[in-house]
Design a protein around this ligand. Structure first.
Ligand code: UDP
Length: 246
Protein backbone atom coordinates (compact mmCIF):
# COMPACT_ATOMS: atom_id res chain seq x y z
CA UNK A 1 0.00 0.00 0.00
CA UNK A 2 1.24 3.42 -0.88
CA UNK A 3 1.94 6.03 1.80
CA UNK A 4 1.55 8.92 -0.61
CA UNK A 5 -1.34 11.38 -0.60
CA UNK A 6 -2.69 10.12 -3.91
CA UNK A 7 -3.04 6.34 -4.23
CA UNK A 8 -4.30 6.08 -7.80
CA UNK A 9 -3.60 8.69 -10.42
CA UNK A 10 -4.33 9.39 -14.03
CA UNK A 11 -1.25 10.90 -15.61
CA UNK A 12 -1.75 12.74 -18.89
CA UNK A 13 1.46 12.95 -20.90
CA UNK A 14 1.39 15.06 -24.04
CA UNK A 15 2.85 13.65 -27.22
CA UNK A 16 5.45 16.43 -27.23
CA UNK A 17 7.20 14.78 -24.28
CA UNK A 18 8.03 11.87 -26.57
CA UNK A 19 9.88 13.87 -29.20
CA UNK A 20 12.77 15.37 -27.21
CA UNK A 21 14.50 18.02 -29.30
CA UNK A 22 13.18 16.67 -32.57
CA UNK A 23 10.66 18.73 -34.52
CA UNK A 24 8.41 15.70 -34.99
CA UNK A 25 8.00 12.05 -34.07
CA UNK A 26 9.43 9.86 -31.35
CA UNK A 27 12.88 10.10 -29.79
CA UNK A 28 13.53 6.83 -27.91
CA UNK A 29 15.70 8.71 -25.39
CA UNK A 30 12.83 11.07 -24.64
CA UNK A 31 10.51 8.08 -24.19
CA UNK A 32 13.03 6.61 -21.73
CA UNK A 33 13.18 9.90 -19.84
CA UNK A 34 9.38 9.88 -19.47
CA UNK A 35 9.55 6.24 -18.36
CA UNK A 36 12.16 7.04 -15.70
CA UNK A 37 9.89 9.75 -14.33
CA UNK A 38 6.97 7.33 -14.12
CA UNK A 39 9.21 4.77 -12.43
CA UNK A 40 9.96 7.27 -9.64
CA UNK A 41 6.32 7.14 -8.54
CA UNK A 42 5.73 3.52 -9.51
CA UNK A 43 8.30 2.46 -6.90
CA UNK A 44 6.20 4.28 -4.29
CA UNK A 45 3.34 1.86 -5.05
CA UNK A 46 1.08 4.44 -6.60
CA UNK A 47 -1.46 2.95 -9.02
CA UNK A 48 -0.89 4.64 -12.35
CA UNK A 49 -2.89 4.97 -15.56
CA UNK A 50 -1.23 7.00 -18.30
CA UNK A 51 -3.13 8.70 -21.09
CA UNK A 52 -0.69 9.50 -23.84
CA UNK A 53 -1.25 12.20 -26.46
CA UNK A 54 -0.28 12.15 -30.11
CA UNK A 55 0.57 15.75 -30.95
CA UNK A 56 4.19 14.87 -31.78
CA UNK A 57 2.90 12.82 -34.71
CA UNK A 58 -0.54 13.99 -35.80
CA UNK A 59 -3.31 16.25 -34.59
CA UNK A 60 -6.75 16.06 -36.14
CA UNK A 61 -7.21 19.84 -36.24
CA UNK A 62 -4.00 20.30 -38.24
CA UNK A 63 -5.00 17.52 -40.61
CA UNK A 64 -8.44 19.02 -41.19
CA UNK A 65 -6.90 22.44 -41.90
CA UNK A 66 -4.95 20.71 -44.66
CA UNK A 67 -8.13 19.38 -46.19
CA UNK A 68 -8.63 15.98 -44.55
CA UNK A 69 -12.13 15.34 -43.25
CA UNK A 70 -12.07 16.25 -39.54
CA UNK A 71 -13.35 12.93 -38.22
CA UNK A 72 -10.92 11.00 -40.40
CA UNK A 73 -8.06 13.23 -39.26
CA UNK A 74 -9.05 12.68 -35.63
CA UNK A 75 -8.96 8.91 -36.10
CA UNK A 76 -5.46 9.36 -37.54
CA UNK A 77 -4.58 11.35 -34.42
CA UNK A 78 -5.91 8.57 -32.21
CA UNK A 79 -3.75 6.07 -34.08
CA UNK A 80 -0.77 8.33 -33.39
CA UNK A 81 -1.46 8.06 -29.67
CA UNK A 82 -1.33 4.27 -29.93
CA UNK A 83 2.09 4.56 -31.59
CA UNK A 84 3.25 6.68 -28.68
CA UNK A 85 1.68 4.16 -26.31
CA UNK A 86 3.76 1.39 -27.83
CA UNK A 87 6.92 3.49 -27.55
CA UNK A 88 6.16 4.33 -23.93
CA UNK A 89 5.39 0.70 -23.16
CA UNK A 90 8.73 -0.30 -24.64
CA UNK A 91 10.55 2.36 -22.61
CA UNK A 92 8.76 1.51 -19.35
CA UNK A 93 9.57 -2.17 -19.71
CA UNK A 94 13.21 -1.29 -20.44
CA UNK A 95 13.40 0.44 -17.06
CA UNK A 96 11.71 -2.50 -15.34
CA UNK A 97 8.13 -1.27 -15.00
CA UNK A 98 5.46 -3.81 -16.01
CA UNK A 99 2.75 -2.38 -18.25
CA UNK A 100 -0.33 -3.09 -20.26
CA UNK A 101 -1.35 -1.03 -23.25
CA UNK A 102 -5.08 -0.64 -23.79
CA UNK A 103 -6.64 1.13 -26.73
CA UNK A 104 -10.04 2.74 -27.10
CA UNK A 105 -9.86 1.82 -30.79
CA UNK A 106 -9.66 -1.90 -31.41
CA UNK A 107 -6.14 -2.92 -32.43
CA UNK A 108 -5.86 -6.37 -30.89
CA UNK A 109 -2.53 -7.19 -32.50
CA UNK A 110 -0.80 -4.42 -30.55
CA UNK A 111 -3.00 -3.46 -27.61
CA UNK A 112 -5.75 -4.84 -25.42
CA UNK A 113 -9.14 -3.28 -25.97
CA UNK A 114 -9.94 -0.75 -23.31
CA UNK A 115 -11.99 -2.56 -20.66
CA UNK A 116 -12.55 -0.52 -17.54
CA UNK A 117 -12.56 -3.33 -15.01
CA UNK A 118 -9.51 -4.92 -16.58
CA UNK A 119 -7.63 -1.62 -16.47
CA UNK A 120 -8.40 -1.33 -12.75
CA UNK A 121 -7.27 -4.92 -12.18
CA UNK A 122 -3.97 -4.24 -13.95
CA UNK A 123 -3.30 -1.30 -11.65
CA UNK A 124 -4.20 -3.35 -8.59
CA UNK A 125 -1.70 -5.95 -9.74
CA UNK A 126 1.03 -3.34 -9.98
CA UNK A 127 1.03 -2.72 -13.71
CA UNK A 128 1.07 0.71 -15.25
CA UNK A 129 -1.85 0.89 -17.68
CA UNK A 130 -1.16 2.98 -20.77
CA UNK A 131 -4.34 4.18 -22.43
CA UNK A 132 -4.14 4.87 -26.15
CA UNK A 133 -6.66 6.38 -28.57
CA UNK A 134 -8.10 8.80 -26.01
CA UNK A 135 -11.87 8.44 -25.84
CA UNK A 136 -12.07 6.46 -29.09
CA UNK A 137 -14.27 9.12 -30.70
CA UNK A 138 -13.38 12.16 -32.83
CA UNK A 139 -13.84 15.91 -32.17
CA UNK A 140 -12.15 15.78 -28.78
CA UNK A 141 -8.56 15.35 -27.65
CA UNK A 142 -6.66 13.20 -25.21
CA UNK A 143 -7.30 15.75 -22.44
CA UNK A 144 -10.94 14.71 -22.60
CA UNK A 145 -9.84 11.07 -22.69
CA UNK A 146 -7.76 11.73 -19.58
CA UNK A 147 -10.69 13.29 -17.74
CA UNK A 148 -13.05 10.49 -18.74
CA UNK A 149 -10.61 7.74 -17.80
CA UNK A 150 -9.70 9.44 -14.50
CA UNK A 151 -13.37 9.34 -13.57
CA UNK A 152 -14.23 5.84 -14.68
CA UNK A 153 -11.03 4.35 -13.21
CA UNK A 154 -11.79 6.12 -9.94
CA UNK A 155 -8.48 7.96 -9.80
CA UNK A 156 -7.84 10.42 -6.96
CA UNK A 157 -6.57 13.13 -9.28
CA UNK A 158 -5.84 13.91 -12.92
CA UNK A 159 -2.24 15.04 -13.34
CA UNK A 160 -1.50 16.90 -16.52
CA UNK A 161 2.26 16.86 -17.02
CA UNK A 162 3.28 19.55 -19.49
CA UNK A 163 6.19 21.68 -20.61
CA UNK A 164 4.95 24.66 -18.57
CA UNK A 165 4.97 24.55 -14.78
CA UNK A 166 1.31 25.34 -14.28
CA UNK A 167 -1.45 27.66 -15.41
CA UNK A 168 -0.56 31.33 -15.96
CA UNK A 169 -2.69 34.45 -16.15
CA UNK A 170 -1.34 35.01 -19.69
CA UNK A 171 0.79 33.01 -22.08
CA UNK A 172 4.20 32.81 -20.30
CA UNK A 173 6.03 32.29 -23.59
CA UNK A 174 4.82 35.61 -24.99
CA UNK A 175 4.57 37.63 -21.77
CA UNK A 176 7.58 37.90 -19.45
CA UNK A 177 5.36 39.25 -16.63
CA UNK A 178 2.92 36.31 -16.73
CA UNK A 179 2.08 35.00 -13.27
CA UNK A 180 1.34 31.43 -12.25
CA UNK A 181 -1.78 30.44 -10.39
CA UNK A 182 -1.20 28.31 -7.31
CA UNK A 183 -4.86 27.31 -7.31
CA UNK A 184 -7.68 28.08 -9.68
CA UNK A 185 -11.34 27.13 -9.59
CA UNK A 186 -12.71 25.16 -12.53
CA UNK A 187 -15.15 28.00 -13.14
CA UNK A 188 -12.32 30.54 -13.56
CA UNK A 189 -10.19 28.12 -15.61
CA UNK A 190 -13.06 27.54 -18.05
CA UNK A 191 -13.69 31.28 -18.41
CA UNK A 192 -10.03 32.05 -19.20
CA UNK A 193 -10.29 31.71 -22.95
CA UNK A 194 -6.96 33.39 -23.80
CA UNK A 195 -4.98 30.72 -21.93
CA UNK A 196 -5.11 27.21 -23.29
CA UNK A 197 -4.73 25.01 -20.25
CA UNK A 198 -6.78 22.07 -21.24
CA UNK A 199 -9.73 21.51 -23.50
CA UNK A 200 -12.89 23.11 -22.25
CA UNK A 201 -14.63 19.75 -22.67
CA UNK A 202 -12.06 18.13 -20.36
CA UNK A 203 -12.31 20.92 -17.80
CA UNK A 204 -16.10 20.83 -17.87
CA UNK A 205 -16.19 17.07 -17.37
CA UNK A 206 -13.73 17.31 -14.48
CA UNK A 207 -15.72 20.18 -12.97
CA UNK A 208 -19.09 18.48 -13.20
CA UNK A 209 -17.77 15.31 -11.61
CA UNK A 210 -15.41 16.87 -9.08
CA UNK A 211 -12.17 15.40 -10.39
CA UNK A 212 -9.29 17.69 -9.29
CA UNK A 213 -6.61 18.45 -11.85
CA UNK A 214 -2.94 19.26 -11.22
CA UNK A 215 -0.97 20.94 -13.98
CA UNK A 216 2.83 20.93 -13.71
CA UNK A 217 6.06 20.50 -15.61
CA UNK A 218 7.17 16.87 -15.90
CA UNK A 219 10.88 17.54 -16.28
CA UNK A 220 11.41 19.89 -13.39
CA UNK A 221 13.17 18.45 -10.35
CA UNK A 222 11.02 16.05 -8.35
CA UNK A 223 7.73 17.51 -9.55
CA UNK A 224 5.99 14.22 -10.17
CA UNK A 225 7.02 12.73 -6.82
CA UNK A 226 6.06 15.99 -5.09
CA UNK A 227 2.72 15.98 -6.90
CA UNK A 228 1.76 12.54 -5.63
CA UNK A 229 2.82 13.57 -2.14
CA UNK A 230 0.34 16.44 -2.43
CA UNK A 231 2.98 19.17 -2.30
CA UNK A 232 2.28 22.64 -3.55
CA UNK A 233 3.63 22.56 -7.10
CA UNK A 234 2.30 23.77 -10.44
CA UNK A 235 -1.38 24.68 -10.39
CA UNK A 236 -4.19 22.85 -8.62
CA UNK A 237 -7.61 23.13 -10.24
CA UNK A 238 -10.70 22.16 -8.29
CA UNK A 239 -14.22 23.28 -7.43
CA UNK A 240 -13.56 23.99 -3.77
CA UNK A 241 -10.56 26.33 -4.11
CA UNK A 242 -10.18 30.08 -4.44
CA UNK A 243 -8.29 31.36 -7.44
CA UNK A 244 -4.90 32.54 -6.11
CA UNK A 245 -1.63 33.49 -7.74
CA UNK A 246 1.54 31.72 -6.55
N1 UDP B 1 -8.10 12.38 -30.71
C1 UDP B 1 -9.46 12.19 -30.90
N2 UDP B 1 -10.22 11.71 -29.87
C2 UDP B 1 -9.69 11.46 -28.64
C3 UDP B 1 -8.31 11.69 -28.44
C4 UDP B 1 -7.54 12.14 -29.49
O1 UDP B 1 -9.97 12.42 -31.99
O2 UDP B 1 -10.42 11.05 -27.74
C5 UDP B 1 -7.25 12.81 -31.85
C6 UDP B 1 -7.29 14.31 -32.10
O3 UDP B 1 -7.21 14.50 -33.48
C7 UDP B 1 -6.03 14.79 -31.42
C8 UDP B 1 -5.07 13.66 -31.71
O4 UDP B 1 -5.89 12.50 -31.57
O5 UDP B 1 -5.55 15.99 -31.96
C9 UDP B 1 -3.86 13.57 -30.81
O6 UDP B 1 -4.21 13.82 -29.47
P1 UDP B 1 -3.86 15.20 -28.71
O7 UDP B 1 -3.94 16.33 -29.66
O8 UDP B 1 -4.73 15.25 -27.50
O9 UDP B 1 -2.34 14.95 -28.29
P2 UDP B 1 -1.40 15.81 -27.32
O10 UDP B 1 -1.67 17.27 -27.59
O11 UDP B 1 -1.77 15.47 -25.93
O12 UDP B 1 -0.03 15.36 -27.66
Amino acid sequence: MSSTRFKRILLKVGGESMMGDRPYGIDPQAALAVAEKIKEIYTKHVEIAVVIGGGNIFRGIAGSKNGIDRATADYMGMMATVMNGLALQDALEKVGVPTRLQSALQMPAVAENFIRRKAIRHMEKGRVVILGAGTGVPYVTTDTGASLHALELKCDVLMKATKVDGIYDKDPVEHKDAKRYRTISFKDAIEMDDVQVMDTAALAMSKDNDMPVMVFELFNGDNLVDAIDGKDIGTYVANNVDTELA
